[in-house]
Ligand binder design. Structure first.
Ligand code: F6P
Length: 487
């Protein structure tokens, strides 16, 4: 039955050797006027990382279609079996917008926005995690590997282990894991930890996230820990599984992005972008989902003050801010949008002229070709997140700059800063005066120093691509002793 979708025996006879479980499928669904469901591939980082391993391993991907009440049979796309999980409109409100993005997201990002705790949201989260786990259990081959992704699905490893003890289970957390002093606010903290401990390997972006997790396990559960290993001994004291927590910093498809940015079309488009902007002396760029964790307000404030102080000439400078729409039904995101748009309006009113805007604010998503052209057109890239698991925009900017031009200004509070220092100019986005000084330094940096820094950054980024990341995670996971050998 291999490669035949959901028609597996409940013990995993048949089924897929590698099953990825993520909140979203790597496709976008649309329903036509005639009610017909259609889909297109969505080119995300995760899918480019996993596609080759999935194709080489007989893989299936379990995830949500992105639309309410959309039921669809498993189907094949580019050598992967895609298995849609259906969510009702109410589950989207409570599990996705509610518990995932209005409870866990702010809590895991240093409570930049206040997390909301609702028991009904938690119930929906539990129910939906159960559904994802059941879908994965029905797809995985006996002794297969299941790789669960991100904060939306933290209960899946434990539910899955109870359903299918024969599986090797990995979990990767794409966002920060908070210090226990914050994590312990969560009324369901113990269930979340037990959920994650259903995995054999729990991966994080930074060593600090892995340590936060192990400290939370030590403080809030009875499981003994030793270094980065948690012992799941049984109540009678007999030794059980070992769970390992470790850092696996994610990356992008660096070679592909590099190649894209070198293409004549993208090079020409970058020149066109600069010309359309009026060929200013300095083009600054911010590229983010419109999310309060990204420090967009802090960045615009610092930029506005620099123009006000006259440290950079307003008539010869432009900030292009791409802010792609995100989670638009969540209140904190709606407030952020209003705030950012009023800041942009104020600054353009004050410093704009006919034919020149201080900020070009673009509330859209763009394809990779356009992003690569924007990166090439930008003298200064501003990544000023207040907290960020990794920040792949920083890595894309570096991968695009084979010309060794451009300066990366990078927040200390990103996973990328842990990896990339000392190449970028590091900033604390809460320190507006400090950030202003760094932005001015970046805008005036001499080409030799730019080249020296970018060369160093590229040495780091070009060697660490996303295929290496998935290979390294799966390598560690599959090399771990199975339950039978270490009990
Ligand atoms: O990295 C965090 C994350 O939630 C990813 O899981 C997702 O790809 C991205 O941010 C965008 O979020 P959403 O799926 O909520 O639009």
């Amino acid at each position: 039955m291999k490669g035949q979708g959901s028609a597996n025996g409940s013990d995993g006879s048949g089924g897929y050797d590698l099953v990825v479980v993520a909140n979203r499928l790597p496709v976008d669904f649309s329903v036509g006027a005639d009610g017909e469901v259609d889909w297109q591939r969505s080119p995300g980082g995760l899918v480019s990382a996993l596609e080759p391993v999935m194709q080489g391993n007989d893989g299936a991907w379990v995830g949500w279609s992105g639309a309410p009440d959309l039921a669809h049979e498993p189907f094949e796309a580019d050598g992967m079996m895609l298995v849609p999980v259906t969510l009702s409109a109410s589950e989207i409100r409570k599990y996705y917008e509610g518990f995932s993005n209005d409870t866990l997201w702010p809590l895991y990002h240093d409570v930049i926005a206040p997390p909301t705790y609702h028991r009904q949201w938690w119930e929906a989260y539990r129910r939906v995690n159960q559904r994802f786990a059941e879908a994965a259990a029905s797809q995985a081959a006996r002794g297969g590997v299941v790789w669960v992704h991100d904060y939306q699905l933290q209960l899946v490893p434990k539910i899955l282990r109870d359903l299918r003890p024969d599986l090797r289970i990995g979990f990767f957390d794409h966002i920060p894991f908070p210090p226990v002093e914050l994590f312990q606010q969560l009324p369901w903290r113990r269930s979340i930890l037990e959920g994650l401990l259903g995995a054999d390997l729990v991966g994080f972006q930074r060593g600090g996230d892995a340590s936060n997790f192990v400290r939370a396990v030590r403080r809030l559960t009875d499981h003994p820990t030793r270094g980065s290993v948690v012992s799941m001994d049984s109540d009678d004291g007999s030794p059980g599984r070992r769970v390992r927590a470790a850092a696996f910093p994610i990356s992008i498809d660096t070679a592909k992005f590099d190649e894209l940015a070198r293409s004549p079309e993208v090079q020409a488009r970058a020149k066109e972008v600069r010309a359309d902007l009026g060929d200013p002396d300095v083009v600054m760029l911010g590229v983010d989902r419109l999310d309060y964790t990204k420090g967009i307000r802090h960045r615009i404030k610092a930029y506005g003050e620099i123009l006000q102080d006259g440290r950079i000439e307003a008539a010869n400078t432009t900030l292009v801010q791409v802010a792609s729409p995100s989670r638009e039904n969540v209140g904190a995101y709606q407030e952020l949008r209003e705030h950012v748009e009023s800041l942009v309006g104020r600054l353009n009113g004050e410093f704009g002229e006919i034919g020149h805007s201080a900020i070009h604010y673009l509330h859209h998503s763009y394809p990779p070709e356009e992003m690569a052209a924007l990166y090439l057109a930008a003298d200064v890239m501003l990544v000023t997140s207040l907290r960020d698991g990794m920040n792949l925009v920083a890595k894309e900017y570096i991968a695009a700059r084979s010309d060794l031009g451009g300066v990366l200004v990078l927040s200390e509070f990103t996973g990328a800063a842990d990896e990339l220092a000392p190449g970028p100019l590091l900033v604390n986005p809460h320190d507006i005066d400090g950030m202003k000084d760094i932005i001015v330094t970046a805008a005036h940096m001499d080409p030799k120093e730019k080249r020296r820094r970018m060369r160093r950054l590229r040495r780091k980024v070009m060697g660490d691509d996303v295929a290496k990341w998935s290979k390294s995670f799966l390598g560690v996971l599959t090399a771990m002793p199975t339950r039978d050998t270490h009990v």
